[in-house]
Ligand binder design. Structure first.
Ligand code: GDP
Length: 304
């Protein structure tokens, strides 16, 4: 997972380490390594303008630095690179467990809306998040506000049954916003703390779809709007992030299928493109293959 990104970052860290060891770093010392870094980030699937931005923030972090007596040049270089990547990743995503428990304590359900194009792994990811919350003591309900894809409803129903979680579907073609509304009412009545709303994802450029999603947002007033993208789709994922963010406003991102991604650039590009945090990574097909992202420790892992 992410071998290319890891390689790009750690070979940069090694090349500046040698320089840091002998003197205080000047901008010209970094020129060549930064050019290399930009190119190898782009090869790892990071959008070129984002790669330039990372190189710039690495430069700001490193110019003028020198190794204090007794300190380790290697860890200073790696730390600076990790910090620059973490900055690019756009902060820490809201804690769903805390949010749901807080909302529940005042008798209202915490509403989480999921957006994304079909095929990115949305159905599977909603099931994973349902289990994640349930395992942490948050009672959840899954609602299918995608009323155009009969298969998606059935798939979600099966996941909900397997997880022992209540499910609310709706007849084919019925109003998705009313499904969302009914789900929230039902959750409030039953004392369910979190409502996970699946929404349609026919085609991100589809105006009707965006209007449908906007209506769901107006009616359901989600506490969190999560966009799901597929790590393997690169620049398409970035494009989707921009479109959904402009239409419905994205709060956090989940990137799926990172287990199958040898590059890793999508995670960085998507977060940088809309300046929103990555909440989870999907790391496999099982219900527990969901990893919470803390930007700094994620970035540190990439440069270690
Ligand atoms: P949807 O059309 O967006 O609802 O996509 P699905 O949830 O049906 O997932 C499409 C395919 O991607 C399925 O075969 C899932 O098992 C697979 N998938 C979803 N998330 C992941 C992941 O994190 N890793 C891997 N390897 N496969 C995943």
């Amino acid at each position: 997972m992410f071998e290319r990104l890891r390689q790009a970052l750690s070979s940069f860290a090694s090349s500046v380490r040698e320089k840091i060891e002998t003197r205080e770093l000047k901008p010209e010392d970094l020129e060549e390594p930064l050019e290399e870094l930009t190119l190898s980030l782009a090869e790892a699937g990071v959008a070129y303008d984002v790669a330039l931005g990372i190189a710039d923030s690495v430069k700001r972090a490193l110019v003028g630095s020198r190794v204090p007596r007794g300190a380790d040049a290697n860890s200073i270089a790696r730390e600076a690179v990790a910090k620059a990547i973490a900055e690019t990743l756009g902060g820490t995503a809201p804690d769903l467990v805390e949010g749901a428990k807080e909302k529940c304590s005042v008798g209202r359900p915490y509403v989480i809306a999921f957006f994304g194009v079909n095929g990115v792994g949305k159905t599977t990811t909603i099931a994973k998040v349902a289990k994640y919350l349930k395992d942490r003591g948050v009672p959840v309900l899954i609602a299918a506000a995608d009323t155009f894809r009969a298969g998606a409803q059935e798939q979600l129903r099966i996941h909900a049954e397997r997880l022992g979680v209540p499910f609310l579907g709706a007849p084919y073609g019925s109003d998705p916003a009313s499904v969302a509304y009914n789900a929230i009412t039902m959750a409030a009545r039953r004392g369910v703390c979190a409502v996970l709303l699946d929404t349609a994802g026919r085609m991100h450029a589809d105006v009707d779809l965006m209007n449908e999603l906007k209506k769901i947002v107006r009616v359901a007033r989600p506490d969190v709007k999560i966009l799901i993208v597929d790590s393997l789709t690169g620049s398409d994922a970035v494009e989707q992030a921009r479109t959904f963010d402009e239409s419905v406003g994205v709060d956090s991102i989940i990137v799926t299928k990172v287990d199958a991604d040898a590059k890793g650039g999508t995670v960085v590009s998507v977060a940088a493109a809309i300046r929103k945090p990555i909440m989870f990574l999907g790391t496999g097909q099982g219900y527990d293959d969901l990893e919470r992202v803390d930007p700094l420790s994620f970035a540190k892992r990439l440069v270690d």
